[in-house]
Write a protein that binds this ligand. Sequence first.
Ligand SMILES: [Zn+2]
Length: 162
Amino acid sequence: MYCIYCGEKMDEGALKCPSCGEETLQAKAQSAYHRTHKEGRYSIADHTGDFAHDDQERNKGMALMSYLPILYLVPILCAKDSPVARFHASQGLLLSVVNFIVLTLGFIFSSLGRIAYVGPVLRVVWQIALLIVLLARIYLIATVLRDKVKGLPFIGNEKIFG
Ligand SMILES: [Zn+2]
């Protein structure tokens, strides 16, 4: 086969042109696939490069508010024209939904708390879940302060206001 960029002959199945160093279309498609399917869903993805730098600078306050209880409503209502604020607000809203579900389950669990063996286990599970949500908030606030845009596993892939 031949390189589509410089026309040089390449080995069959080569991922990179030996002459110009350009990746083949197949190699590019493969790495794009791995970015979205392998890293995208289960790990913390870096979206910093997906948003304009001045948008990130201008809406840092909105981004921080997205991860605080109740205050996440401010970017939802006031920064609809900013893609970066919409991203953070979507993530903040989903985090609050998860938080609400965990708290609701906590009330159900606490009424089951008197059941021997199961009660204490449920309480520990509930406390761990609350801790995870809290750590997620702290982590996301820290990434905003470091001028990064990070998407949490699962939550960061759902764009409500995208
Ligand atoms: Zn080439």
